[in-house]
Write a protein that binds this ligand. Sequence first.
Ligand code: GLN
Length: 247
Amino acid sequence: MLKNNILKIIIALSIVLAVFVGCQKKEEKNKIYVGTNAEFEPFEYRDGDKIIGFDIDLINEISKIMGFQFEIVDMQFDGLLPALEAKKIDVIIAGMTATEERKQFVNFSDPYYNSKQSIVVQANNTDITSFDNFTGKKVGVVLGYTGDILVSELPNVEVQKFNTTSETVLALKAQKVDAVVLDYEPAKNYVAQNTELKLVETDAATEEYSIAMRKDDTEFLAKVNEALKTIKENGTYDALISKYFAN
Ligand code: GLN
């Protein structure tokens, strides 16, 4: 009798466990891995071990509308596209410019922010006021960024490629390079935090930040665009802009 009851309990427990594992699996299936490079304030950056920023809030709002769970995967910027291709991540949100070259490999959402490249130099520098003054100069960029592509195409520039935006700024502060080229908002942030540096605005082309997805995830792309549209229409987008770009 006792044996029978124990058996019943074991069977009941097994059923509960199976249902539980089943549910968990379902939830996992609904989980989206979001790739970023948390070195790009105010779009994505670290606050202690938390990754925060405009892009993180934006994907959070999109996830609420679309009803998915997500996990942020932080990696080097030039590893993002290969990771998407290899299905290690499902989406990239990283202040990534929708360039024609990248469009060959991924689908981009509708743009969610416009920016452009800018130059950072030592505050007392007077001879670099535009890209035209780069001739014969050492210029720091981050590997694979649009700034890297832009500067690498200029003639007679000694381009030094770094893995992160902060490394370019350290090199500039140590006078190992004469200038660095970064997207406008992160550049502005670095200058605000380092009084020995200054920002040089440029006439570089506008770059559209977009969310990247795999080419065959077309249904997902359509839903992300719909969610973006809702966010822009219902005031959420403006609230995020004021939160991160108050000044
Ligand atoms: N907008 C730039 C690019 O797409 C830099 C992005 C970034 O550093 N996160 O290359």
